[in-house]
Design a protein around this ligand. Sequence first.
Ligand SMILES: Nc1ncnc2c1ncn2[C@@H]1O[C@H](COP(=O)(O)OP(=O)(O)OP(=O)(O)O)[C@@H](O)[C@H]1O
Length: 344
Amino acid sequence: MSSEPLLEVENLTIEYDTRQGPLTAVSNADFTVEDGEYFGLVGESGCGKSTLAKSIIGGLDDNGRIASGKLKYRGEELQDLGDAELNEKVRWKEIAYIPQASMNSLDPMQRLSEQALEIANVHTDLSEEEALAQFEEMFEVVGLPENRIRDYPHQFSGGMQQRAIIALALFLQPSIVIADEPTTALDVIMQDQIFKYLDEIRDSTETSMILITHDISLVFESCDELAVMHGGQIAETGPITDVYDDPKHPYSYLLQRAFPDIRFPDRELETIEGTPPQQFGDVDYCTFANRCPWAEEGCREAAPPLEASDTSADGHRAACFRTNEIFEQEDPAESLAAIRGDQS
Ligand SMILES: Nc1ncnc2c1ncn2[C@@H]1O[C@H](COP(=O)(O)OP(=O)(O)OP(=O)(O)O)[C@@H](O)[C@H]1O
């Protein structure tokens, strides 16, 4: 096995051409996903999560492009590869992408087995028999009866369809599955079940997962590492336990307090005022500054580097000029209450 990290996102900037000029959807994103790791990419709607995910498999919309930076899969640079090369080298076999609203991506006219064979034909030399045997195996991993691979999508419930899609993504045994909001269309019970199966997949395969969601508590429950995105920038990244116990960026601190936490059942949930902004042109400022209770003028004058703070653990980095003051010298809850008190 190669000693290179599985996936490296290096200072990646992605732009869309729009009528108002180039929109910077992802700005200098930087993180690494290792073999077998479950990595959460989290942030509110519009933060750039899907754009980043799509760029990894070369699936950006026609008006989107990687403006700078690198994407490396086991050390090999992907950002300049064309469609044919990406198809041959990485898609499905190495990196599988489950898009948002993926239930609509199943072809209603085709049996699941036929959809699996189509993927296998394009991306592998497997015989029909081998491909179907592999698909049956994955049906079992996701908790579906293997004798139902020849069913049509409409013969499955919504949750079963979602599992069938995960089985399709897994069946060529990729090294990474990127799952973009895999459970948003499902009810809470189904969501729980899907996450239970994702856990089982972790135990029975070596697949890494990039789980994209707006729900930071889901990521805390199911991932090893995470990156919190805001306005196209990575606000904070690191091991789950460190970010959970010791957030170093105001956005992840507030986002964490916007979701229920079993440690603090009586705590009031935070609302984060405003919405993530759209950025045009160079993003040489902190995109959270206009929503951040702690922001100062300097936060609007330069983009803070994503770096370790004075006391952060290995691999734990945040992009905030004020992190040491807010999280080391003060108690963030007290200083937040004081700021809010002053403002009211
Ligand atoms: N094809 C496009 N053309 C122009 N702008 C786009 C395009 N696709 C996305 N954007 C913009 O890029 C930014 C990031 O969008 P993206 O879909 O990546 O965010 P997201 O965090 O995945 O949100 P969601 O969870 O709602 O999908 C947003 O401002 C969005 O409006």
